[in-house]
Design a protein around this ligand. Structure first.
Ligand code: FAD
Length: 306
């Protein structure tokens, strides 16, 4: 079986990226997880999701951006997304990655870029979610988020936490004091055991503990998972504590467990689907493969089919 860590290692290898992005059958396989290369294609996907009762979050794929000009292009794309949401009336917010806005160049530039997008979202009554990336940038991501949150409202900007990180319990307690809107996920990067729980059971136990803290806080949070056990734990806890279905939302990724997305929406839960689009799909796509090695065999089979 292809190990998760191998796939996550390959997700950062530029050479393979060039090979994969030019290789048509490989590219075709991305269609399951990536809603096209253009904003218009992603908007069409979101229109469909809205029609089955789900909201969405746009994600323009392009992480670890290396030049100032490219980060400015990312800001322009997000301003375009926010305008398109208003003009089309689709129900969606946006998710950003700080490495997309220059975190590997200069944190101050990153802050300014992110601020421009949050300011525009706030002006339009929309919301920006700051995704969480690898542990090397956890602290600076939280620092920039706190700075943005001190200038903008609870419903303008939110953050993500990862239950696989040992530090996350303390981070959540601090974030809830601000308060902040939080998306809880398990975490998708390759992390050493000093910073992240190596055993899935510990990641899951921490997820349930953190979910309970979030739901009990009274702030509107996102419970992001496709794990039916995490979902059942959330539904059960909310029922026992008499927390209404409109007090939180479930979040899932485009192309993953569509059946579950529809089922929860039909049951009256708020469901938001994360919709990535763009040309730079390679690292995102490799993380999705790493989450479910069966996906790799699906690709291999299709490569041989031609
Ligand atoms: C809306 C959303 C936003 C996210 N944002 C971030 C972020 O900012 N930072 C970050 O580090 N991570 C993020 N993630 C990814 C997350 O950390 C996990 O890697 C991912 O969600 C898989 O974990 P799981 O909770 O679904 O549980 P798992 O235990 O990994 O999976 C449970 C079950 O879900 C299904 N499943 C899960 N993933 C896949 C897949 N790729 N393909 C097919 N089936 C699958 C399988 O049936 C699997 O058995 C996000 C996830 C979601 C849903």
């Amino acid at each position: 079986m292809v190990a998760r860590s191998t796939l996550l290692y390959l997700s950062r290898r530029e050479g393979l990226k060039d090979f994969a992005t030019r290789f048509a059958p490989f590219k075709k396989m991305t269609a399951r997880f990536v809603a096209g290369e253009t904003l218009e294609e992603a908007a069409e996907t979101i229109r469909h999701l809205n029609s089955i009762g789900c909201t969405a979050s746009f994600d323009h794929l392009n992480e670890s951006v290396g030049t100032v000009e490219e980060t400015e292009g990312e800001v322009r794309e997000y301003l375009r997304i926010l305008r398109a949401i208003d003009e089309t009336g689709i129900r969606s917010n946006v998710s950003i990655k700080l490495t997309q806005f220059g975190l590997e160049i200069d944190p101050e530039l990153t802050y300014r870029n992110a601020r421009t997008v949050v300011e525009e979202a706030a002006r339009r009554g929309n919301f920006v979610r700051v995704d969480m990336e690898a542990s090397a940038v956890t602290q600076v991501t939280l620092d920039i988020f706190r700075r943005l949150r001190s200038e903008f409202g609870l419903n303008d900007v939110g953050i993500v936490v990862q239950s696989y990180l040992r530090r996350t319990h303390d981070d959540v307690l601090d974030l809830l004091k601000i308060p902040a809107r939080i998306r809880l996920c398990k975490g998708a990067y390759n992390e050493p055991p000093e910073v992240a729980f190596p055993d899935k059971k510990d990641v899951d136990d921490n997820y349930v503990r953190l979910m309970q803290l979030l739901l009990a806080s009274g702030t509107y949070h996102g419970i992001a998972t496709h794990d039916e056990r995490m979902i059942a734990a959330t539904v059960g806890y909310a029922e026992r504590q008499r927390i209404g279905r409109d007090a939180f939302e479930f979040q899932m990724l485009y192309g993953v467990r569509r059946d579950l997305q529809e089922k929860l929406a039909r049951q009256g839960y708020n469901v938001r689907v994360y919709v990535p689009y763009g040309k730079h799909w390679y690292p995102y796509f490799m993380r999705r493969l790493a989450e479910r090695p069966a996906n790799v065999w699906f690709i291999v089979k299709n490569l041989f089919k031609g």
